[in-house]
Each structure stands twice: as structure tokens, then as C-alpha cells.
Design a protein. Structure first.
Length: 63
């Protein structure tokens, strides 16, 4: 099956089925780096995780 544009998909009353790639591209995005959200909270939680891992590594003597 070849990929067709939507203009070419409907010809002579026949409709070509969407390929897997084009079907997933039509879905709405959920999550990811371009979403708006609490950026400060993300940074604080990220640095908290870094500090917890650093304390764990030093307490276990792995460094």
C-alpha cells in the first residue's frame, strides 16, 4: 500500500484507508516537552531527585 495525500485518497467514490503512520499522526499530542505546565515545579522536582540519588550514592559508598 502506498501513502497517498488526502486529495488523492478519494477518487471515483473510492476512499483509500489511512496507513498506520498517517493514522497516528492525526492523533492529538499528549505530553512531551512542548506542553505548557508548571516549569518551576518540574525543575524543583528534578533537582530534588538528583540530590536524593547523590545522597544515596554517598551513603552506600559507591563514590
Amino acid at each position: 500500500m502506498t501513502k497517498l495525500s488526502t486529495a488523492k485518497a478519494a477518487t471515483n467514490g473510492m476512499v483509500d484507508f489511512m496507513t498506520t503512520h498517517s493514522a497516528t499522526a492525526a492523533r492529538a499530542r499528549t505530553g512531551g516537552p512542548k506542553d505548557d505546565g508548571p516549569k518551576v515545579l518540574e525543575h524543583v522536582m528534578g533537582w530534588t531527585l538528583v540530590m536524593v540519588i547523590a545522597m544515596l550514592v554517598t551513603q552506600l559508598g559507591l563514590l
